[in-house]
Design a binder for this molecule. Structure first.
Ligand SMILES: *Cc1c(COP(=O)(O)O)cnc(C)c1O
Length: 385
């Protein structure tokens, strides 16, 4: 059966396809329908931090599937309560409450709603090159015209500042409900935040009474070498949005809230699937796996080695290598699509970020040997000096 043709026939068309059917995963590898094995630097687009088919994760999933899947939040539940407790214990200082949802875009939309409700203000300031998701709120904060224009008009009162540019900070004013930023811009091209700029944003938010919402949908759960990327910085944030790898690949999202945010009134927001016992139970196991198996440390140590090895490739085509932990971008002087194809032929799956950045988001279980194979594949597809 040719799955590629079947999907071509029935899919909505919104995804650019790679011409490859992936039918199995194990650790940091994926297998296609012909049995060819690839080193996975796509990482389920950032959802596979603990690796594919992790045995402990599988057990947590199947155990809870035989106990209880759904439990509306009008009832309390053991798995939800325990996950709240364990997540808050691991969360950055000051975080006190959490709202559960099912995806990244929902976490962003929820945080925008909470920030508007709690501040009584409406303006949301996001960053140019930022990506926050596809539903209307998150899309209004997203910068790329390609994602926005077909769907206008978007939600009113969203403005954009230049990421890492101090001179734009005066746009944050006493009518700003919240500033929404990524710690490392992902889809926009893997741009880490400047630590001094991050402090200046926090400061400007404090001066004006605006909330600071941080989007860690891609950077959360060990990706950058800390459980949360804001933990690289001495900064408290008001809302922290996560999803992707939170439950080891099962759909889930969350909004963590600082203690200064009060409780909200019943009914003003909600989610049918949010906080379901199945997702909470596997999210608990995911958090344990990340900590007990040294995966966060792995992201930090191997991420540095990976980035250095890529930087050491002397190709006239590489403009810059940047990133944090195992979230790495190599910006080329040409479009990346043909190089992604050549890497695939050599058994390496990677991502683009924009037109010219090769992005690597491997599961954090990737080994040093696998990284060396990826680096030599990159070296062999790029022209050298
Ligand atoms: C992927 C992503 C989102 C959107 O998450 P979905 O689960 O696809 O809705 C939002 N923000 C960032 C930074 C992301 O990388």
């Amino acid at each position: 059966m040719d799955w590629i043709d079947v999907e071509e026939q029935y899919s909505s068309g919104v995804y650019a396809k790679r011409g490859l059917s992936i039918i199995r995963g194990n650790g940091a590898t994926l297998t296609d329908s012909d049995g060819k094995v690839y080193i996975d630097c796509v990482g389920g687009q950032g959802t596979a931090n603990i690796g594919h088919a992790h045995p402990r994760w599988q057990k947590a999933l199947s155990d809870q599937a035989g106990i209880l899947l759904n439990c509306p939040e009008m009832f309390s539940n053991d798995q939800r309560a325990l996950y709240m407790q364990e997540l808050m214990a691991a969360a950055p200082e000051g975080m006190q409450r959490v709202f559960f949802c099912n995806s990244g875009t929902e976490a962003i939309d929820g945080a925008i709603k909470f920030a508007r409700a709690a501040s009584g203000r409406s303006e949301i300031i996001a960053a140019k090159r930022g990506f926050h998701g596809r539903t209307f709120g998150a899309l209004s904060a997203t910068w790329n015209k390609k994602y926005r224009e077909p769907f206008e008009p978007l939600v009113p009162d969203f403005n954009h500042i230049t990421f890492n540019d101090f001179s734009d900070l005066e746009m944050i004013s006493d009518r700003t409900a919240a500033v929404l930023l990524e710690v490392v811009q992902g889809e926009g091209g893997v741009y880490p935040i400047d630590p001094d700029y991050f402090s200046a944003v926090r400061n400007q938010c404090d001066q004006t009474g605006a909330f600071l919402i941080i989007d860690e949908v891609q950077t959360g759960f060990g990706r950058t070498g800390k459980l949360f990327a804001i933990q690289h910085h001495p900064i408290r944030v008001d809302f922290l949005c996560v999803a992707k790898s939170i439950a080891g690949g099962l759909p889930m999202g969350a909004i963590l809230m600082d203690e200064k945010i009060g409780k909200f009134n019943p009914g003003i927001h909600g989610s049918t699937f949010g906080g379901n016992p199945l997702s909470c139970s596997v999210a608990r196991e995911t958090l344990k796996i990340l900590n007990e198996e040294g995966l966060i440390e792995n992201a930090s140590v191997l991420g540095d080695e990976f980035q250095q090895a890529l930087s050491a490739i002397s190709s006239p085509l590489i403009r810059e290598v940047r990133g944090k932990g195992l979230m790495i971008g190599a910006e080329l002087k040409l479009k990346v699509a043909p190089y992604l194809k050549q890497l695939t032929d050599l058994g390496v799956l990677a991502l683009p970020a924009g037109m010219t950045v090769l992005r690597f988001l491997p599961p954090l279980v990737i080994t040093r040997e696998q990284i060396q194979q990826v680096v030599s594949a990159v070296r062999s597809v790029l022209p050298v000096d």
